[in-house]
Design a protein around this ligand. Structure first.
Ligand SMILES: O=C[C@H](O)COP(=O)(O)O
Length: 228
């Protein structure tokens, strides 16, 4: 299980370099808020570790999503992550296909991560279980769950261990890796290890509980030690 940490600036990235994957995002622009290309480029230049970039929480705008994905890939991201803030499976498929093609046509070695939200019922968005077959059919690499609304309610409040285990197994059967995130806390690490996704994603955990605070190097070190 790899640890992905989500800094919002090169300064925070500097304190996140012990993580397995450095995930560039702009939390003030949403759960998977996109940061500027020059921030992605600057963070990519700081490390040999894989860099991921969130490109936004998209409704029915496949062209915008595809162009954002291409931009993140050109800026140096190794993983490109898009969130599905929509409900209609046909529209979701269009966004996913656009993002996968935008990345893979020019950068076949890069990974595409498609995220649905654990709190999909309160958001009225597509369920992670309905996303997986669409992501697999389009040739994405990972299916992810995160919370769409960041109000400190955890993914575990919306989906229990059984559902997350089932999601992980479903992805594996479909040839996809799994990434799990959403206000995870240190106490969740033992059960996450049992669920066994390829990646867990955190920000609030390594900010001391408040994702609007700043990332602490000591907490990144503790997280990586406990994940191992
Ligand atoms: O990709 C992971 C997210 O940045 C998780 O953020 P969070 O732990 O604050 O919910």
């Amino acid at each position: 299980m790899k640890l992905l940490v989500s800094p919002s600036s090169p300064e925070e990235a500097q304190r996140s370099l012990a993580a397995d994957i450095i995930d560039v995002k702009k939390p003030s622009e949403g759960s998977l808020g996109a940061n500027f290309p020059w921030v992605i480029r600057a963070i990519k230049a700081m490390t040999e570790k894989p860099v991921s970039a969130a490109i936004g929480d998209f409704d029915n705008k496949p062209g915008g999503a595809a162009l954002a994905a291409y931009g993140a890939a050109c800026a140096g991201a190794d993983y490109i992550k898009v969130g599905l803030m929509l409900n209609d499976p046909a529209a979701a498929a269009e966004v996913i296909e656009g993002v996968v093609r935008a990345v893979k046509d020019d950068f076949p070695e890069k990974y595409v991560v498609i995220a649905a939200y654990s709190d999909y019922e309160r958001l009225g968005t597509i369920s992670p279980f309905d996303m997986t077959p669409l992501a697999a059919a389009a040739g994405a690499d990972f299916a992810m769950i995160d919370t769409g609304r960041k109000d400190r309610r955890s993914t575990f409040e919306f989906m229990d261990t059984e559902a997350l285990t089932r999601f992980t197994a479903m992805n594996r059967d479909a040839g996809l890796g799994t990434a799990l995130a959403g206000s995870l806390v240190f106490e969740d690490l033992p059960v996450l290890k049992r669920i066994d996704p390829e990646i867990i994603g955190v920000r609030g955990m390594v900010c001391g509980g408040d994702r609007n605070a700043t990332i602490r190097e000591d907490l990144v070190a503790r997280a990586i030690a406990e994940v191992r």
